[in-house]
Design a protein around this ligand. Sequence first.
Ligand SMILES: Cc1cc(Nc2nc(/C=C/c3ccccc3)nc3cc(N4CCN(C)CC4)ccc23)n[nH]1
Length: 274
Amino acid sequence: SPKKQWSLQDFEIGKPLGKGKFGRVYLAREAKSKYIVALKVIFKEQLEKYKIQHQLKREMEIQSGLRHPNILRLYGWFHDSERIFLILEYAHGGELYRELRKRGFLSENKAATYILSLAQALAFCHEKDVIHRDIKPENLLLDHEGRLKIADFGWSVQSRAKRRTMCGTLDYLAPEMVENKAHDYAVDNWTLGILCYEFLYGVPPFEAENQTDTFRRIMNVDLSFPSTPCVSTEAKDLILRLLVKDSSKRLSLQKIMEHPWIVKNADPTSICNK
Ligand SMILES: Cc1cc(Nc2nc(/C=C/c3ccccc3)nc3cc(N4CCN(C)CC4)ccc23)n[nH]1
């Protein structure tokens, strides 16, 4: 069917869900079907100011083409004189990092399930030549069944190092990105190691009170495991095989999916065996 031309009149706008860098996200409902969506509003003047019109366009083309159970769907978009509207899948469970902050740290079962979902989603992206999704906890949502959804499309086109320094956190940057070296798919494997650690301990492994110290800890892979919470040896083994400075030596996505800790702890019903 030809792409429907949407407009604001097609939607009833609900509560604001959050405020991003370039605009707000609202709960919304398509008036005829009553279908619930999230509507992301981006101001054109913001895009002009930061010169990222083409990036947004490319992100939207990539995002709308990626169909995977662990990647938030972009159903379509429309614009008026001063705003662009993205029609996004609504994830009912909210932001994963809020669950992480609320609980302090996650069970090995939940952590393994989320890491497996991320590995599957990233393997899918890499097959489509899309790399380094911005997979920090702030960009992960949960659907009504607690299934993980990667929600951010502020990915890859703009080098993450530039964007991250603007936004503050460096915790998830791989060494080759910190050094602004050419990087490839393996940066995502590093980030999975960071996330696995953060899911299990509640804080990212190289956290420090300032950026210089975080940089140094990343470059030295200055990794240590606190004695509490108690974490299994297999989980630490997976983290140690991902947080490797030489990107060619990091565990591949396939090997992550086959790792004993994942096989033993990931909840098969919460993943998609596609
Ligand atoms: C794009 C999208 C969002 C989304 N769902 C939700 N987003 C955000 C927060 C969103 C946000 C957006 C921009 C910047 C910061 C946060 N918060 C949410 C909070 C939710 N709840 C309901 C569940 N409660 C446990 C916590 C509060 C549910 C869905 C949420 N589905 N699709």
